[in-house]
Design a protein around this ligand. Structure first.
Ligand code: ADP
Length: 507
């Protein structure tokens, strides 16, 4: 019979199992070699092997009495052995049709006798065999068959234990190398196991950290919350996102962000914490600089408004004092002075609005968008204009006043910058997965492509100031509000046809 590859029924999973154990082509190991030697001695054969079968070859993890490391799978005796669970025995290969023409029989090592016990994992996959081979015909005694079985079980357990050790080493590495804080704490309020991050970042030795209740290291103001959170955990709840401050040896504090889960059996707490000190410092700095900015904007606008008021009052005095004596040119100049003062007032108010836009601490509520748009429309000077709404708008979560401000700005722009006294404003909605997109479209003069980005910058206006009163602040405020709330705004426009503003807000 010719040599051919025999395929067990569960071959794909069997190969996956072999791969999982990561044993092929590894170094020799004494523990395997001892078992192989024992098999050879008990069975009284010159050759014994731990043979593992991958897709195309049998490779010897351990060998006695033979020099080669592997042979092709299709000439191997072991491929026959792994088809069954019991010892596969060939007393005389020259008299066995399956092997009489086999190169391993005809040529070196001139196999006559073969007995192999499959190495069957706890999941039931035969990875290979523990086999014994002789150059002379032979039959194993029952006690030898039994010993071969026991030794094969030992080999399999070694393979499994080896993998377990590898995994444990990996987990240990992960534990020791993690830059985050990893720990196990007992229900008694003491740390049980800590990864090196604790000592490295807090500055205490591991012994110091293990010797006191963990609350001893917590900021006094956070102790109550920490005790409460630990109590919750002891009742079996998971804790995600709890924050407290740990005192370093130098007296400073680290802000920790915890995720913790109690072991349902022992009650021990398995926890991971991330150092968020930098984030908290940045937040504090941001709040501080926002407060400064508010103060600055308030003071500047207040200081600028006072002289403006004076200019306006003085101009009125002049008008009154010179009543009847002013020629037309001087009257026109005084009117111009008043209107410039108004514009300056608008600009100052705009700066104040812009500096505050999007940062007010407002709660989000569920908003009926159609109602909000209709209300906004009612409050606008919309004479000559039609409003067209999409048939359906979703309810959205957003700060209400700010959404009103956005629609108010975009709709009033559509009217204010329209080249005619009449027109149509269309408001639409596009559902884009996890974002809402609203559109505000007009049939006004449109915006040249080269200005389509610029108009969102503060103080950018396209018309001459005498044509339309414009500070160029509205769209920059809208953009700021949207950006602060995770949204965005952009425009598509065709000069002579109209403009369509799109704005997105997260769902
Ligand atoms: P303002 O607050 O003074 O109204 P915006 O920042 O809202 O200014 O707008 C900036 C400039 O963009 C406006 O001066 C105008 O030239 C242009 N613009 C805004 N909306 C439209 C529109 N719907 N159609 C044409 N131009 C527009």
């Amino acid at each position: 019979m010719s040599d051919k590859k025999l395929i067990p029924k569960n071959e794909n999973q069997r190969l996956k199992a072999l791969e999982y154990y990561e044993i092929m082509d590894t170094q020799t190991e004494e523990r395997f070699d001892n078992l192989t030697k024992l098999a050879s001695e008990i069975c009284q054969t010159p050759i014994a092997l731990v043979s593992l079968l991958d897709e195309n070859r049998q490779w010897f993890k351990s060998k006695v009495g033979i020099d080669v490391n592997e042979t092709p799978r299709d000439i191997s005796f072991c491929q026959h052995a792994i088809l069954d669970k019991e010892v596969f025995e060939v007393p005389d290969a020259t008299k066995d049709d399956r092997f009489s023409q086999n190169v391993l029989v005809l040529d070196d090592p001139s196999i006559r006798f073969y007995a192999g016990q499959p190495l069957i994992t706890s999941d039931g996959y035969a990875l290979g065999t523990l086999c014994v081979i002789d150059k002379a015909p032979k039959k194993l005694e029952p006690h030898q068959v039994n010993a071969l079985k026991i030794l094969a079980k030992e080999v399999t357990q070694l393979i499994e234990a080896r993998k377990l050790t590898m995994e444990l080493t990996e987990y240990k590495k992960f534990f020791t190398m993690s830059l985050d804080f990893l720990c196990i704490a007992g229900t008694d309020g003491y740390f049980k196991k800590l990864n090196p991050s604790f000592s490295e970042k807090l500055g205490y030795t591991e012994e110091e950290l293990l010797s006191k209740p963990f609350t001893d290291f917590v900021h006094p103001d956070d102790i109550d919350a920490t005790i409460f959170e630990t109590h919750k955990l002891s009742k079996g709840y998971t804790s995600i996102g709890f924050e407290n401050r740990y005192r370093k040896k130098d007296g400073s504090y680290i802000n920790m962000h915890w995720t913790c889960q109690p072991d349902p059996i022992t009650g021990e707490l398995f926890a991971v914490a991330h150092d968020i000190s930098e984030l908290r410092t940045l937040e504090q700095e941001l709040t501080r600089s926002n407060e400064h900015l508010d103060q600055f904007a308030y003071i500047v606008s207040h200081d600028l408004k006072a002289p403006l008021r004076a200019i306006s009052t003085l101009a009125t005095f002049l008008e009154e004092d010179l009543d009847g004596k002013l020629d037309d040119v001087s009257k026109k100049n005084l009117d111009l002075l008043h209107s410039r003062v108004d514009r300056m007032n608008n600009l100052i108010k705009g700066i104040l609005d812009y500096s505050r836009a999007g940062r007010e601490k407002v709660t989000q509520s569920e908003i009926n968008v159609s109602d909000l748009i209709l209300e906004t429309w009612k409050n606008l000077d919309n004479k000559g204009f039609n409003l067209e709404l999409d048939s359906r708008f979703p309810a959205v979560h957003f700060p209400k006043v700010q959404l009103e401000q956005i629609f108010q700005n975009l709709i009033s722009n559509g009217i204010k910058y329209h080249h005619k006294n009449e027109g149509t404003i269309k408001i639409g909605y596009i559902d884009k997965g996890d974002i809402h997109i609203f559109t505000v479209e007009d049939d006004g003069p449109g915006i040249d492509k080269k200005y389509q980005k610029k108009i969102f910058e503060i103080f950018q206006t396209l018309q001459s100031k005498d044509e339309v009163e414009s500070t160029g602040i509205g769209l920059s405020i809208v953009k700021k509000i949207l950006n602060e709330n995770g949204g965005n705004i952009w425009v598509q426009s065709e000069p002579g046809i109209g403009s369509k503003f799109f704005f997105s807000i997260p769902k």
